[in-house]
Design a protein around this ligand. Structure first.
Ligand SMILES: Cc1cc2nc3c(=O)[nH]c(=O)nc-3n(C[C@H](O)[C@H](O)[C@H](O)COP(=O)(O)OP(=O)(O)OC[C@H]3O[C@@H](n4cnc5c(N)ncnc54)[C@H](O)[C@@H]3O)c2cc1C
Length: 261
């Protein structure tokens, strides 16, 4: 591991001020530390944001639930408020990695990293989330821009993620048996007038499956999913699953999610 300067920020303002052209925020460290140890990434400045109280916590207000950026996966999984308002979100958090990862990893770190197989990005898309940052609010559909890429500017700090509370929802994933990352994960959220179907793990970046969303908005049933031909075009193909297998998983897990709603 290369040398770096370690800073502990006392608030968001200090954190963004410390950010440089070659810095990273340290939240759970579950991605940053291994990447640095393996020599895949190196930074001049590491800015620890774990001590910033304002960045952590869960608030329910009317039609939405807002989760602070440094809130750990285990806190979301165990939150009575999340379980009551959006049970599928608590279940998603409970299914991330293992206890060690859930007790360190944070929602802000997960979405900033935007791993193509991460779980939270699908929740953001399906639940019409708004990402609150140090300088603006970004709709989830504009936030995830590509593989490990987001709309965040250099040094922009995620402060919280605001999720819309749906009528019903379910997240179903086919996990990698070792890491628990999604080989394919499908998040279905039913609102009064529309249904959102977000898919992770299948392509290089999370996406809203417009065909499935449209079909389920008209007819919220597994037969509506059966009528859709999920194309394997553009899907990932690797040692874990071929593109064709992933396409079949999208349909299967969309049906599981509809059934579980
Ligand atoms: C063994 C293992 C298994 C895993 N399994 C899963 C899984 O099943 N599903 C899943 O979804 N994920 C999984 N993960 C990922 C994990 O859950 C973390 O969410 C992820 O590693 C990043 O979160 P972190 O808080 O540790 O971020 P860090 O490692 O601290 O930071 C990661 C990146 O995000 C940036 N960042 C962090 N916080 C902010 C912020 N507030 N604002 C702006 N940028 C920020 C940092 O600058 C850095 O670039 C796994 C990880 C490991 C190591």
């Amino acid at each position: 591991m290369k040398n770096f300067n370690y800073h502990s920020a006392k608030d968001g303002k200090e954190a963004t001020k410390l950010a440089s052209s070659n810095s990273a925020y340290l939240a759970g460290g579950m991605t940053t530390i291994p990447s640095m140890k393996l020599g895949l990434a190196s930074y001049k400045d590491i800015i620890d944001i774990k001590g910033i109280k304002k960045l952590s916590g869960i608030k329910v207000s009317g039609k939405s639930i807002t989760i602070g950026a440094t809130t750990k996966h285990s806190d979301v999984a165990n939150s009575k408020d999340v379980k009551k308002a959006i049970p599928s979100l608590a279940q998603l958090a409970e299914g991330i990695g293992d206890p060690a990862v859930r007790n360190r990893g944070t929602i802000g770190g997960s979405i900033a990293n935007n791993d193509p197989a991460a779980d939270y990005p699908s929740a953001c898309i399906a639940l019409d989330a708004v990402i609150h940052t140090s300088s603006r609010k970004i709709d989830a559909e504009k936030f995830f821009t590509g593989m490990f890429e987001t709309a965040l500017k250099k040094g922009e700090l995620i402060e919280a993620v605001e999720f819309k509370i749906p009528e019903k929802s379910s997240y179903q994933k086919h996990p990698n048996p070792a890491s628990r990352y999604a080989i394919v994960g499908v998040y279905v959220a039913k609102n009064k007038n529309e249904v959102n179907v977000a898919v992770t793990g299948a392509k290089s970046c999370v996406y809203n499956d417009e065909k499935l969303s449209k079909a389920l908005s008209k007819d919220f049933s597994t037969s509506a999913v059966n009528a859709i031909n999920v194309s394997s075009s553009g899907m990932n193909s690797d040692i874990h699953a071929s593109a064709e297998y992933r396409a079949s998983l999208v349909a299967t897990y969309a049906k599981k999610a509809v059934d579980a709603c």
